[in-house]
Design a protein around this ligand. Structure first.
Ligand code: CP
Length: 322
């Protein structure tokens, strides 16, 4: 594997290798081995054209825990604001000797363009491109589910995925790269996926997706037990007119799709509550649900470091170590 651009087309074997490696990385962190020498001498560039808290910080932490040098590049305050293109930005990074570029961009396909434009020699890791893919988020979500719901207490080598789990992904699917990456990865790993959204927040052309679709959260909870409910952020900034086109209204949305204590109590007995963050508390999720013992939202963030360590390790050192 040279790049990590998406989960669409990722084999089960590759996905499980990343999850197993993440478990091994987490085990080193649990043993308080804070820094591994694996990527000493390598340079990782975080190239962010869109805002981020969790992804940027955890990629930085992951690279540093593997002893890589890290350069953080934010489009704000750079020559991008003077009109510099993605190509010229990439050529500048190549000149600085980047071994890996972690890119977040508002344009769907930007990570692919960076990887295959012939501008960079190193690896490209997609940290979210438009409404397309956010593969490391889906991997950290799968890792969290495997740990909580499949009894994964360490580095496992039994090829176990998420077979038999039922996961409900709820909300603004239309604008969500997290939903797309999760849908591909979860089905590859053997889980079944229910998408729960108003018709206005579902993409056209999703008839071929291997999912069930519901237009109300109660309907999805009635149908079969839900092992994990993944609440999506309503991305008002991606809606025409900065939210003016948000339909249904926020109050109606919360009534039909919001996760509150009553709906949370209807999950499977062991069911968990997930959210990729950042959350709109009071819109897609109540504070009680977000902060409840069933919530693994903070743990998702922590698991992101181990998963991103695994991704960087496998792309930058995996071949050398094999
Ligand atoms: N989940 C996620 O991508 O969060 P950030 O936008 O804070 O990176």
């Amino acid at each position: 594997m040279k790049h990590l651009l998406g989960t669409k087309g990722m084999t089960r074997e590759d996905a499980i290798r990343i999850l197993d490696t993440a478990a091994q990385m987490a085990a080193t962190q649990d043993r308080e081995i804070r820094k591994l020498p694996t990527l000493r001498g390598k340079t990782v560039v975080n190239l962010f054209f869109e805002d981020s808290t969790r992804t940027r910080i955890s990629f930085e932490a992951a690279a540093k825990r593997l002893s890589a040098d890290v350069i953080n590049f934010s489009a704000k305050g750079s020559s991008v604001s003077k009109g510099e293109s993605l190509k010229d930005t990439a050529l500048t990074l190549q000149a600085m000797g980047a071994d890996a570029v972690v890119v977040r961009h508002w344009a769907s396909g930007a990570a692919y363009q960076l990887a295959h434009g012939g501008w960079l020699h190193g690896s490209v890791l997609n940290a979210g491109d438009g409404t397309h893919e956010h593969p490391t988020q889906a991997l950290l979500d799968a890792y969290t589910m495997r740990k909580h719901l499949m009894g994964d207490d360490g580095a496992r080598t039994d090829g176990k995925g998420l077979d038999g789990l039922r996961v409900a992904i709820v909300g603004d699917v239309l604008h969500s790269r997290v939903a797309r990456s999760n849908m591909h990865l979860l089905t590859t790993l053997g889980a079944s996926v229910a998408l729960v959204a108003p018709p206005t927040l579902l993409p056209v052309g999703m008839d071929s997706w291997p999912v069930e679709v519901f237009h109300g959260l109660d309907d999805a909870l009635d149908a079969r037990p839900v092992d994990a409910v993944m609440m999506l952020r309503v991305q008002r900034e991606r809606m025409t007119g900065g939210g003016a086109a948000f339909f249904p209204s926020p109050a109606e949305y919360t009534r039909m799709f919001g996760l509150d204590s009553a709906r949370m109590a209807r999950l499977a007995e062991h069911g968990i509550v997930m959210h990729p963050g950042p959350m709109n508390r009071g819109l897609e999720i109540s504070a009680e649900a977000a902060d409840s013992p069933r919530s693994v939202i903070v743990e998702q963030v922590a698991n992101g470091v181990a998963v991103r360590m695994a991704a960087l390790y496998l792309l930058l050192a995996g071949e050398e170590q094999a």
